[in-house]
Design a protein around this ligand. Structure first.
Ligand SMILES: *Cc1c(COP(=O)(O)O)cnc(C)c1O
Length: 381
């Protein structure tokens, strides 16, 4: 019944269909987890609605597969996920602590990632007023120059803050800037800085866990793994190391519905600016999906697609809600859909063709697309 409804829905849809292979996301998580030492945890970063894919579904699937540590950025993201996550899962909030939200972190069992001396002090002041010592994470900047205590801040932290009674840091972390470029010298420099700082903090908190690597960082080698890695992009199958064969599975498929077929008797121009030129006898398909759906970011300025495996190219400028493909080469004269992401047109191939970033492609997948989730099976572990 559910499948029938899904099928009917797809038949009637006038927006793109984004299919998300939850079992493949689970197996990507499991693949990365299986490359780690037994005691190293594989946390999932599911900020920005799991990179646009759907945080509720992704988190449910990963929890079922065994993931127990999740990272989001905003408090709102965390509150949404806390509702569905059992209490044995930890939820870390990377965006830190806004003044006034301290009690929500405590009430909903969220762990703030504290990255400035001010925020650390404020958190400890609040804990003092409540007479509690709640777990927090501390973030060091080792070379990314984004959120994080500077090395000078860390000196100050050891002089002024580390002795405070309400301080209960469970995780000490930093973030790599160039992990997708194996040979970049900053990787090793960040690793050294992190190790130095970690050994100091371990002197005060011997059980604190350490975490440095994102998806690409995992593939730099085991010395980058520490106690926890934090993977986002790898879950969706984006190649973690540019120059290597991708060991991960594809997870995302996108097809755009054909709204109108045009058979041309005479040559015409296509779309805004009349920059596209179609010859007499061409067959055009107008499909739903335009720059309001992130097509520019996802597919580039000159989208290509496939109809039953036959490649077709867009013609003319992409509009807000639609774009036009020349489907003259397609044996099927009346296709219902044009595939634009499939097992041949992969995220990796789009990234390479458009010189874009996998992260941008994922997070620009439009909100109008119907998201369909391939169901997860029972866990056999
Ligand atoms: C987004 C983010 C990650 C995940 O990065 P990926 O490259 O997607 O694996 C890890 N850590 C922090 C601090 C992040 O902001």
């Amino acid at each position: 019944m559910q499948l029938l409804m899904m099928w009917l829905h797809s038949m009637m849809s006038s927006s793109g269909i984004l299919s998300i292979d939850l079992p493949a996301i689970q197996s990507n998580w499991h693949y990365v987890a299986s490359t780690l030492a037994v005691n190293t945890e594989c946390a999932a970063v599911v900020k920005a609605n799991a990179y646009g894919v759907g945080a509720t579904q992704v988190v449910g699937a990963l929890y079922q597969r065994g993931c127990r540590n999740f990272f989001v950025v905003t408090l709102d993201e965390a509150l949404d996920l806390r509702k569905i996550l059992p209490s044995d899962a930890s939820l870390f909030v990377l965006g830190g602590l806004k003044e006034g939200s301290e009690s929500l972190f405590i009430d909903f069992d969220l762990t703030p990632v504290l990255y400035s001396l001010r925020a650390i002090s404020r958190w400890l002041d609040f804990c003092d007023t409540q007479n509690v010592s709640i777990p927090c994470a501390l973030k060091l900047d080792t070379g990314m120059t984004r959120l994080g205590m500077s090395l000078d801040d860390l000196d100050h932290f050891f002089k002024e803050i580390v002795h405070r009674r309400s301080l209960n840091p469970v995780l000490f972390m930093s973030h790599l800037a160039c992990a997708d470029e194996r040979a970049h010298p900053l990787n090793n420099l960040q690793l050294t800085r992190f190790k130095n700082a970690a050994s100091k903090i371990k002197a005060y908190f011997p059980n604190i866990k350490l975490s440095l690597a994102n998806s690409s960082g995992v593939f730099l080698g085991s010395e980058y793994h520490f106690d926890m890695v934090r993977i986002g992009a790898a879950l969706y199958g984006i190649n973690p190391q540019r120059d290597q064969v991708n060991p991960l599975s594809s997870t995302i498929y996108l097809k755009l519905p054909v709204l109108q077929i045009r058979e041309l008797g005479v040559p015409v121009s296509v779309g805004y600016g009349a920059v596209g030129q179609a010859g007499a006898g061409s067959r055009l398909a107008v499909v739903a999906g335009g720059y309001a759906d992130g097509i520019h970011r996802t597919l580039g300025l000159e989208p290509i697609g496939q109809i039953e495996g036959v490649e077709v190219s867009a013609i003319g400028r992409v509009s807000m809600d639609s774009c036009v493909f020349d489907i003259s080469s397609s044996p099927n004269a009346f296709p219902n859909y044009i595939d634009v992401i499939n097992s041949n047109l992969t995220l990796d191939s789009l990234i390479a063709k458009n010189k874009s970033l996998g992260y941008e492609v994922l997070t620009s997948l439009g909100s109008r697309y119907k998201r369909e989730y391939l169901p997860i099976g029972p866990n056999h572990d």
